[in-house]
Design a protein around this ligand. Sequence first.
Ligand code: BTN
Length: 319
Amino acid sequence: MQSLLRLLQDGQFHSGEELGAAVGVSRAAIWKRLQALEAEFDLLIHKVRGRGYRLETPLSLLTADVLAASSSFPVTLLQQVDSTNAEALRHLASGAVPPFLIIAEQQTAGRGRRGRSWASPFGENLYYSLVLRISGGMRQLEGLSLVVGLALLHALREAGVEDAGLKWPNDLLVGGRKAAGILLELSGDPADICHVVIGIGVNINMRMTPRGETIDQPWTSLRQILGRQIDRNQFVASLNRQLERYLQMHQVNGFASLREQWEANHLWQGRLAMLVAGAQSIQGRVLGVDDTGALRLEVDGREKVFSGGELSLRLHDDS
Ligand code: BTN
């Protein structure tokens, strides 16, 4: 199945003979296989008499050996999984030793922050979970998700997206629209030895909201921003490099050493915003973050500090 998709990923016509010869089945059997591919990965394949078959939308498929060559961690590439974060936690539970990386072409139950789902169509975006061992206690976790945001921001810039910025705690926005998100999940005891799953989702080549899904916030993708298809293997290589660089700085010097850099890239710095936690909300001016990555807000003339995975920041209209 995968070899058929690899041949078709260029979006050009391929004849039944060519496809049949490549995978060792008869011309007649090819259409059945292609229909199975369409159904499994929610793809559209056009069949034109005399010309052959072509994918409606070209793909940039991930390749296991290219990913392995650009990563200093062992990589598992899956075609389809419920969630790469969930899979990473299962690997840990069955004794896998970090660091390791799980990447998938498609997630059927991608997880977002605050119980949301994360749209994860086949072959278009990046679904990436890096698992690390944390042995330095809470300090090693402080500001970690913000540092991952900085690494991701640099990977987006390297891909050519100049005007990407951060929104506390770790959204990546371009033109007010979300291009990527980060979800950290812990396993074990943070006060002792634990593991962290750094889940990263990047909208790379997505052109439209996947059929049958809704995305409940304005979104964009690298393809929409740059107007061309992005090589996803190359993007992973760049993300690996940036993460290694930033995680190293964070481990050695802590978040405090990166705080200024983070604030310099914070899109909502100085703006009037609402901090929302469930049904409650607080309005204030965004002062920045503290040395642990917590949000500093000026509320009624006084500085208050907030942290926690369930919080979200919204812009107040008139700031
Ligand atoms: C957010 O809500 O902004 C966080 C989105 C995180 C999505 C990524 S995709 C890879 C990893 N696996 C998941 O199920 N979620 C994260």
